[in-house]
Design a protein around this ligand. Sequence first.
Ligand code: PLP
Length: 429
Amino acid sequence: MSSNPETLALHAGWRADPSFGSVAVPIHQTTSYQFQDTGHAARLFALEELGNIYTRIMNPTVDVLEKRIAALEGGVAALALGSGQAATTFSVLNLCEAGDNIVSSTDLYGGTWNLFANTLKQFGVEVRFVDPADPEAFARATDARTRAYYAETLPNPKLQVFPIAEVAAIGRKLGVPLIMDNTAAPVICKPLDLGAAVVMHSTTKWIGGHGTSIGGIVVDGGNFDWEAHAERFPTLNKPDPSYHGAVWTQAVKPLGPIAYIIRMRTCLLRDIGAPMAPMNAFLSLQGLETLPLRMERHCANALKVAAWLAEHKAVVKVIHPSLMRDEYKRRADAALKGGYGSLIGFELKAGAEAGRKFIEALKMFYHVANIGDARSLAIHPATTTHSQLSVEEQAASGVTPGYVRLSIGIEHIDDIIADLSQALETATT
Ligand code: PLP
């Protein structure tokens, strides 16, 4: 199979249904699967043979999505989940017990921030937040109970690309895997090639691409030696009482370097649930098939919008990796290939009230709390997503009163700019 994303997105993990010849991936809307005989059932439960048992654990439609995204990211296997939040939660809980910690970048999606700062704490997992401006901060925050590093490739609102290769290298020296949320940079960034061990996505965004389905996925890079650091990873190296004392790094050796993702499926998905529904996997596959093509247009349009906004008299600042300088431009160029993503932040000279008016004046852009849709989207964070934060907290997270976030879609560039132009005019006169 080719390693080109355009081809993988259409072909990886599926070649015409053997029963009926269906070319599109069928929706296997079933909860359970008929066993061939009692021996077959016993072998499946004992993991002596891999196969379908029950849709909470695996499903043939979901399986194609998992194989296809694993191939696109260059990983060995993947696990799809009911949402991006579930994917983040599983990616961390798969390695952590009460008393353990992870080190995370401060630049995070708000839902992830809440999960890390509050909810994981209730389960005894500590998250140590460090500023990604200094990669060495990850090393300084590491101790014997650190189980992973966590960061987003292209975090908004700052849109400063994370130093993936630098932090992955620090982690590999200390025996700590880097988990990357690559939601905002599918196709244009491959964190596993830069040294990350695990990638997750909210498939709700660019992968699904059409605003139809919530979903998430975790991809195992198969490139981290969990056995070499056995003391650090007891969940993968100690006998698991919930699975007849299986030691995951040993039990799955004949199947390849998939201990991390198999344990996530056989234990966390079995016990906590949160599977992706077959229908959502089907809809996400429809999006995935055109993802490389859409990303090209998303990125090309965003590049033009960023340059146009930078020249506009009502705008004081435009945030987009293409316009950054020095270290942040270097990081963007090192990690992103083929485009700088489709998120743009900009600040209106006239402040919060103008930001509110601008949003209300948009005619084609949708005003929604989402990103990564094929349609162009906009939001004014100071009065919505970040309104519960103090002005100081907003500033620390990169949100100023006049800040507007755009997720540029794949409409014709002239129509995108025409809508922005008339809304800026309305907001500032
Ligand atoms: N990661 C990022 C970067 C996101 O933007 C989001 C949602 O906005 C998530 C994770 C969570 O994904 P979901 O909404 O699918 O749970």
